[in-house]
Design a binder for this molecule. Structure first.
Ligand code: PLP
Length: 312
């Protein structure tokens, strides 16, 4: 496997970072995961904008030359180098504050960020989507900047492990009685003709898939309210589903062992999955993400929206 590290393409076995890299010592970095299908990246502009916002959020100066275009070119190059132009693949990118003598405060300005990227083959979870996922609920013990995609993922790691140990597929976090998001997914609940998902505040990651799903739902005439879902309400939902780059739309059929809705993937989740894929893989259905008014930017401006998306 060929990977990218600090300006070089090299064999994975040769890619080394110093032990005093701040990503290793402090989890002091930002990452992205972008999906590629048939060699084409899904909504790259949204991923790169979130990356830039994350770097600014933790005050890492973006490395020179890593424009959005350069990032897409780099991702494309990794796909080609690894023979991943067909089928599905994931491109992982991580930027840390670099390697320096260990201090909690920032290292000298001369410290170069570490930039690492790799691409790997990916099998979408179609079988699980067909039968529906199981989730458990857990207290959201994370910090108050969940909108930044930092490599500091310990609560998410522990939550996912709790889910796996319980025979479930995802952990859904609950803060003050309200469902925020999953360990690596955003959460949507359907009540009759109403769909709700937690607003894009500092308490969730503004998922790229979440954003594209809101667009897709709007185009279908489905109103999605960016408003809280109480943990207790989960059990009264007609449908529940998760979104993420690796799951697209994943219907949920049990929460804490209790059946949701009819106990099988719901019609809206299925419809939205098709609409989402059409937008993420424009060649397939002529769709395209508009990339406009991305939630990540609204958080940056400090707003706490509760808004609804309606067809125009
Ligand atoms: N929420 C969290 C905590 C995540 O880690 C992720 C993805 O890893 C998501 C939501 C979904 O984001 P995206 O749709 O951009 O993959």
């Amino acid at each position: 496997m060929r990977v990218y590290l600090n300006g070089e393409l090299l064999d994975r076995s040769e890619a080394m970072i110093p032990v005093d890299d701040r990503g290793f010592l402090f989890g002091d970095g930002i990452y992205e995961v972008v999906r590629a299908t048939g060699g084409r990246l899904g909504a790259p502009e949204l991923h790169w904008r979130r990356l830039a916002r994350g770097l600014a959020g933790i005050e890492i100066r973006p490395p020179a030359g890593l424009s959005e275009r350069a990032l897409s070119e780099l991702a494309g190059r990794l796909l080609v180098e690894n023979g991943l132009e067909r089928g599905d693949a994931l491109v992982y990118l991580q930027i840390t504050r670099g390697a320096a003598v260990r201090t909690h405060h920032f290292p000298p300005d001369t410290t170069s960020p570490t930039v690492y990227a790799a691409a790997s083959a990916f099998q979408p979870p179609d079988a699980l989507r067909a039968r529906g996922a199981s989730v458990i609920t857990l207290p959201d013990i994370r910090w108050a900047r969940c909108d930044l995609k930092t490599v500091n993922l310990l609560p998410n790691v522990l939550g996912k492990q709790r889910a796996v140990a319980a025979g479930a597929d995802e952990a859904v976090f609950v803060r003050d009685g309200v469902v925020t998001e999953g360990a690596s997914t955003n959460v949507f609940a359907v009540f009759g003709s109403e769909v709700r998902t937690y607003p894009a505040t500092n308490y969730i990651l503004p998922g790229v898939t979440r954003h594209v799903l809101l667009e897709a739902a709007g185009a279908l005439g489905v109103t999605v309210h960016e408003a809280p879902v109480l943990a207790d309400e989960l059990f009264t939902a007609d449908e529940l589903f998760l979104t993420s780059t690796t799951n697209d739309v994943m219907p949920v059929v049990t929460v804490d062992g209790r059946r949701i809705g009819a106990g099988r993937p719901g019609p809206l989740a299925t419809q939205l999955f098709t609409a989402l894929r059409a937008r993420l893989v424009p060649d397939a259905a002529g769709g395209e993400t508009d990339g406009g008014d991305y939630e990540a930017e609204r958080i940056a401006s400090g707003s706490r929206p509760t808004r609804s998306h309606q067809v125009t």
